[in-house]
Every structure is written in structure tokens, then in C-alpha cells.
Design a protein. Structure first.
Length: 132
């Protein structure tokens, strides 16, 4: 499989965004068919000459957007358009009632945030080292 994805380092747009938008375009136009495997992170990163975490974040955006599904060590497949709508709603309903380790209910993924849960995880100690 030959992907027509290019990265332009002189653009102000991030490389992750460039890869994500190009792959999304290929999926929506049908150039990448449903069920087709995407190249591994390492292969695509080496081909494009970018760091592997750039490709990983791009794949993560595609997964969260419902275009791609991860199959663990097998790789990532293009998701069929009909299955992305069904599983997306069920995943949101299941995640809305989860509780964290501290016992506080997590916020729904509708944009609301709980400040207590966030404040508890951001404890930073600055300048507490004793001098002798």
C-alpha cells in the first residue's frame, strides 16, 4: 500500500495536523478502504522523516475521531463508516459514569470539567530544597 502523505516543515501547521488531515482526506474520499491496515507508526515515521510520536499522535486523533480502530499489536484499521457512529455513542454512555481512583465522578466528555479532580493531580513543589 502506497500512501500519498507529505509533510511540509515550512508550514506553520504542525506536522501532526498535516498528517491527520491528509489521512482523513484519504479515508473520506475512499482512497483508503474500510478494513484496510494503516502502516505501522515506525514505518510511516521513517518514510516521512518525522519522529514516531508525531505519527502516534496523528493516529490517536484519527482513532478518537472514529476513522480508525486499533487492534493492539496487529495494527490500526480503517473503520467502516456505519460502525463508528454506533460504537461512539455507546462508549460515551459507558464512560460518563466511571469513577476515578479518588472516588470523584469524572466529568462527561461534553466539555465540562471538574476542578477538584484536576487540582488534586497538579501538586508541584518548587524551591523546597534545604540549604546547609
Amino acid at each position: 500500500m502506497k500512501l500519498k502523505v507529505r509533510v511540509n516543515r515550512t508550514k506553520p501547521e504542525s506536522m501532526t495536523k498535516q498528517i491527520t488531515s491528509q489521512l482523513t482526506g484519504l479515508i473520506e474520499t475512499g482512497a483508503l478502504a474500510a478494513g484496510e491496515l494503516l502502516p505501522s507508526e515506525r514505518t510511516l515515521a521513517d518514510t516521512l522523516g518525522v519522529a514516531r510520536n508525531v505519527v502516534r499522535r496523528s493516529y490517536d486523533y484519527l482513532t478518537s475521531g472514529g476513522h480508525v480502530e486499533s487492534e493492539g499489536r496487529k495494527g490500526r484499521r480503517i473503520r467502516a463508516k456505519s460502525s463508528s457512529r454506533k460504537s461512539g455513542g455507546a462508549a460515551k454512555a459507558a464512560s460518563s459514569s466511571k469513577t476515578s481512583k479518588t472516588g470523584a465522578k469524572t466529568a462527561k466528555k461534553t466539555g465540562t470539567k471538574r476542578s477538584k479532580a484536576k487540582a488534586a493531580s497538579v501538586t508541584v513543589r518548587v524551591g523546597t530544597k534545604k540549604r546547609r
